[in-house]
Design a binder for this molecule. Structure first.
Ligand code: FAD
Ligand code: FAD
Length: 461
């Protein structure tokens, strides 16, 4: 018989929610055990954020080479030969990036003296689980079971129908790729495959792409799709697939088959709430998510839940922040999950960042606000990078100029997300941003100028 493990803290899941919680618990001197069925790193490091950004980045290089090899060339630079792609080698490079992070997480857990148990945990009551023959009992349980891709019943995964997981592991570039769902994952990957040379078609049931954002913010992405020959079918419903491709009911009610050698279904993700004994733990639910309060406590004493399992937004930095917070609460610190904003980035072409309120949120609340936008067409750094498309937009309360929301769309704007969040967390007013020296020439100057413009003092526009 295997000796049962008794641990102070049991963490389920080695994704960003779980491994960050476990490392912090270890740092705080709590006896901690983490169970992971798959590879350490979870969705984000193994089949999500990092591998997708690796492929997206590589696709950007390929696009640059393709432009240079075109008849027009690229600003006087010309490639004599057309670039070629070895998809298997690209995927192997991506796997190398993932491997480094996977090993890194293992090393961090080890250094924090966290016991790692490999296998699938199944609970028999709220504080006891089995992993194979191994029984583990704990004083505290942190659930970080994460999420998985939503599968459409009429378009099950398998064969040519793939989720983001398989799309990041293709041995060959599909000639014709049809993406179902124009959310951030579908568009990030669809755009990358287009840059790599695939013919890409996107099918979306709603009448717009990236429905979480407003039309102004999304316009540069829509423009890129159009200019680069991505076919977009809006208000169109995927019905089923056969060997020829995807069968779609178009906006005019007619049915069409869109030829495809791969169909990528990205219609959202759902929390992993099945198959691990949640029922035995008697946890209250909040719709499809495990219900938690602002300290990530579930309805069961000393059972905590974090990350994709507990709700939107399903993002790495939310999962990790919650994981770290729960560890500190267990160790006796006073913490609450009450961020001024959970910023989000779409790594589309161009990139989109949103932190805090959108103009539509302010309108819905009836707030009296000022919005101002500074275009990258008037930003020297953007022009020097051939990236004059897009803008930074700031939204502030009219009476006291408190900044409520900041958005940007443009090349490389993901890197501005930290500054936007900091401004919101520190409760900045427009004058704070206007009074902060921003380095020239950088994209951040567009944020500075948007605040100046909101105050009626813009210099460069
Ligand atoms: P997960 O990372 O899903 O980890 C859960 C882990 O728990 C898994 O490893 C699973 O194997 C394990 N597990 C579950 N049940 C058990 C059990 N019973 N026993 C043992 N182990 C178990 N987010 C961003 O912020 N930025 C991005 O750019 C971004 N890009 C993405 C791109 C793609 C293609 C995808 C799919 C996701 C992306 N995300 C991104 C989302 C991000 O990956 C998730 O929000 C994040 O991984 C959630 O972390 P988590 O710890 O809650 O869950
Ligand atoms: P200047 O831009 O030099 O302007 C002075 C102007 O006055 C000139 O046009 C000159 O013709 C005119 N003038 C002078 N005397 C008279 C006169 N008697 N009558 C009429 N006109 C006159 N800074 C950064 O912050 N970031 C960078 O990345 C950066 N990169 C740089 C790269 C290079 C190659 C160089 C050379 C400089 C760089 N700088 C950079 C520095 C930046 O260009 C200067 O700090 C900035 O231009 C200074 O602005 P200024 O208005 O004081 O002077």
């Amino acid at each position: 018989m295997i000796e049962p493990i008794q641990t102070k803290v049991l963490v389920i899941g080695g994704g960003p929610g779980g491994y960050v919680a476990a490392i912090r618990c270890g740092q705080l001197g709590l006896d901690t055990t983490l169970v992971e069925a798959d590879k350490l790193g979870g969705t984000c490091l193994i089949r999500g954020c990092i591998p997708s950004k690796a492929i997206i980045n590589a696709a950007g290089h390929f696009e640059t080479m393709t432009h240079a090899a075109s008849a027009k060339g690229l600003h006087g630079m010309k490639l004599a030969a057309v670039p070629t792609l070895d998809m298997a080698e690209l995927v192997a490079w991506k796997d190398g990036v993932v491997r480094k992070l996977n090993i890194g997480v293992g090393a961090l857990l080890k250094r924090a003296k966290v016991r790692v148990v490999q296998g699938w945990a199944t609970f028999s009551d709220a504080k006891t689980c089995k992993v194979g023959e191994q029984t583990i009992t704990a004083e505290h349980v942190i659930l970080a079971n994460g999420s998985k891709p939503v599968e459409l019943p009429f378009l099950p995964f398998g064969g040519n129908v793939v989720s983001s997981t398989e799309a990041l592991d293709l041995a060959e570039l599909p000639k014709k790729l049809v993406v179902v769902g124009a959310g951030y994952i579908g568009l990030e990957l669809g755009i990358a495959f287009r840059k790599l040379g695939a013919e890409v078609t996107v099918v979306e049931a709603l009448d717009r792409i990236l429905p979480l954002y407003d039309a102004e913010l999304v316009a540069p992405v829509a423009k890129w799709l159009k200019a680069n020959g991505v076919t977009l079918h809006l208000s169109a419903k995927a019905n089923s697939a056969d060997k020829n491709g995807l069968i779609v009911e178009m906006s005019d009610g007619k049915t069409e088959t869109l030829p495809a050698d791969k169909i990528l279904v990205t219609v959202g993700r759902k929390p992993n709430t099945e198959g691990w004994g949640r029922e035995a733990m008697a946890l209250d639910m909040d719709g499809r998510f495990v219900k938690v309060d602002d300290q990530c406590r579930t309805s069961m004493k000393n059972v905590w839940a974090v990350g994709d399992l507990v709700g939107e937004p399903m993002l790495e930095h939310k999962a990790a922040t919650q994981g770290e917070m729960v560890a500190e609460i267990i160790a006796g610190k006073k913490r609450r999950f009450n961020p001024a904003s959970i910023p989000a980035v779409c790594f589309t072409e161009p990139e989109i960042v949103s932190a805090g309120m959108l103009p539509s949120d302010a309108a819905a609340r009836g707030d009296n606000v000022i919005t101002a936008l500074f275009p990258f067409a008037a930003n020297g750094r953007a022009l020097s990078m051939d990236a004059g498309e897009g803008f930074v937009r700031v939204l502030a309360r009219k009476d006291d100029h408190r900044v409520l929301g900041i958005q940007a769309v443009g090349a490389h704007v993901a890197e501005l997300a930290g500054e936007f969040s900091l401004a919101l967390e520190m409760g900045a007013v427009l004058e704070d941003i206007a009074g902060t020296i921003h380095v020239h020439p950088t994209l951040g100057e567009a944020f500075h100028e948007s605040a100046l413009r909101a105050l009626g003092q813009a210099i460069h526009i």
